[in-house]
Design a protein around this ligand. Structure first.
Ligand code: PHE
Length: 516
């Protein structure tokens, strides 16, 4: 058997790039980025955002992809291979995506509903009637049904494996997503007079509107959008061999992700400027309100053609969310297969089942079903989990990725090399860390700049949230700390001295199953 045949992973570089880009391109690009750009000084924000992607995002992206690549294994094994005690980080970044699936799928389900609902007769104006969204999400059954459909779609892809599922699906879905995006954006750009006003608001640089909060928002957005700090790029990276170049792949993923966000903003702000200009500069243009209330109304204003635009748009958002959930699900699935030596199918069913059960109270909570009885410290469950994972825990994961590569990995190279960081990185480059002539820059960034900037995001991010939400936000922090402590305890007690598996295990498991 040749080396590639023996490896369990992506068959081609482009397959890997599309899968990773599929993870990166998600709801954050379409309802986070445009809004934050508009609210924080337009092009001024975009410039800072691009700097964040270049200076921090891509550094962590390289670190995580390389962590996976060099271990050819799930995140627990991957982090533990830089230092045995760091294996708990792997466990943490497997639990984080698991929790995200539970609420991201609820949002995916809503989007699915809006896509299939696009062709309702205009007179009924289902999607766009002001009460429709509220009534839909507070229904105790319907959102759960759509969450299930969404999760099943992700589960089916994951069951197909890395090559036959994730790679194949990404190769079909990502080009479709991009095409839909371009069609919708071009259509919106030609909606008439107000378009200029919308675009002016979106992109006209205003550095005075940027401020400290804007810079912080750009940093956080860059991490979130690139799916960093959650094991995803470690897991996907582990499915690549040295024939897939890290530097080139990272550049493509970051460019694609940023491009989709920018074009998404063009579409949204053109449409808002042309059809609902009074909303420019208001909070209605972000998140859930934008997606499920404002945009459906705008589509309805486009007349019967609006139904087609609505369908194309929501289909695109479904794809974006789906490929993100696929990546989240793979992280946990990979670990369960390798640690517990069970078949992929079984692992997927167990994980999807668990996630679905947890997603039910989340859907009820965020929809306000049962008179809004389900809350946690004054937050709905979706917001609580979203804050835990994205504001508090994601920087922790990203920080440890930098530390693992920048500081701890030295242990596995010789002591002599440890004295000179550049020599360490030369050794790593031979080991498949292909980053062109940027070795020196990377070494410095991943050791010093990255960790400091991430600490900055962590501290000021939490501080900002406490200032806007009040002291009950501390509960989010406390729960996150408990989760970190639990990961540490479980790892030290159960996993540290046992086999946490690698990618080859899956091939052996499937082969044994065939023999039986
Ligand atoms: N990157 C995705 C987005 O922009 C979100 C995401 C984060 C997906 C983390 C998976 C993991 O929406």
């Amino acid at each position: 058997m040749t080396e590639t045949k023996k490896r369990n992973g992506f068959a081609s570089g482009i397959g890997f790039i599309l899968a990773a880009a599929g993870s990166a391109v998600g709801l954050g690009n379409l309802w986070g980025f445009p809004y934050k750009t508009g609210a924080n000084g337009g092009a001024a924000f975009v410039i800072v955002y691009i700097l964040c992607v270049l200076l921090m995002g891509s550094i962590v992206l390289v670190a995580e992809m390389y962590l996976g690549r060099r271990a050819q294994a799930n995140p627990v094994t991957a982090y533990a291979k830089t230092n045995k005690n760091l294996g708990f980080v792997g466990l943490l970044v497997i639990v984080i995506p698991f929790l995200i699936i539970c609420y991201y799928s609820v949002l995916g389900g809503w989007t699915f509903k809006f896509a299939t609902n696009s062709f309702q007769p205009i007179e009924q104006a289902t999607n766009s009637s002001p009460t429709f969204f509220g009534a839909f999400i507070s229904n105790p059954f319907e959102p759960i049904f759509y969450t299930l459909i969404f999760m099943l779609l992700a589960g089916i892809v994951i069951m197909g494996g890395v090559k036959g599922g994730i790679e194949k699906a990404s190769k079909v879905l990502m080009p479709i997503l991009f095409m839909l995006l371009v069609i919708v954006a071009v259509y919106c750009l030609f909606l008439g007079e107000g378009v200029g006003k919308g675009l002016d608001f979106y992109l006209n640089p205003d550095f005075s509107a940027l401020g400290f909060d804007g810079v912080l928002a750009a940093m956080g957005q860059a991490f979130y959008s690139l799916s960093l700090g959650m094991g995803i790029m470690v897991s996907y990276g582990s499915y690549t061999g040295n024939e897939i170049k890290i530097g080139k792949s990272i550049a493509m993923i970051a460019i694609f992700d940023t491009l989709v966000a920018l074009i998404g903003g063009l579409a949204i702000f053109s449409a808002v400027g042309a059809l609902q200009p009074e909303l420019l500069g208001t909070d209605a243009l972000g998140g859930v309100t934008l997606m499920y209330t404002v945009l459906p109304q705008i589509f309805a204003q486009m007349g019967s053609f609006g139904q087609v635009v609505s369908f194309l748009f929501f289909a695109m958002v479904v794809i974006a969310a789906l490929t993100s959930v696929i990546s989240l699900l793979e992280v946990a699935t990979q670990f369960v297969i390798q640690k517990f030596k069970i078949q992929r199918k079984k692992a997927t069913i167990i994980l999807c089942g668990l996630c679905f059960v947890i997603s039910i109270p989340i859907a009820w909570s965020v929809g306000g079903a049962f008179d809004g009885a389900i809350t946690l410290f004054g937050f709905d469950l979706l917001t609580f989990l979203d804050e835990m994972t994205n504001t508090v825990l994601m920087p922790v994961g990203a920080l440890f990725s930098c530390l693992a590569i920048g500081w701890f990995i030295d242990k596995s190279t010789s002591v002599k090399q440890r004295i000179n960081p550049m020599q360490t990185f030369r050794a790593l480059e031979k080991d498949g860390l292909e980053i062109g002539g940027f070795g020196k820059v990377f070494a410095f960034m991943v050791k010093y700049v990255g960790p400091l900037l991430i600490l900055f995001i962590e501290i000021f991010g939490i501080r900002g949230k406490i200032l806007t939400n009040g002291t009950h936000y501390w509960w989010v922090v406390i729960f996150s700390l408990v989760l970190i402590a639990l990961s540490l305890a479980v790892y030290l007690i159960f996993f540290k001295n046992s086999d946490t598996g690698c990618n080859l295990d899956e091939l052996v498991i499937e082969e044994n199953a065939k023999k039986e």
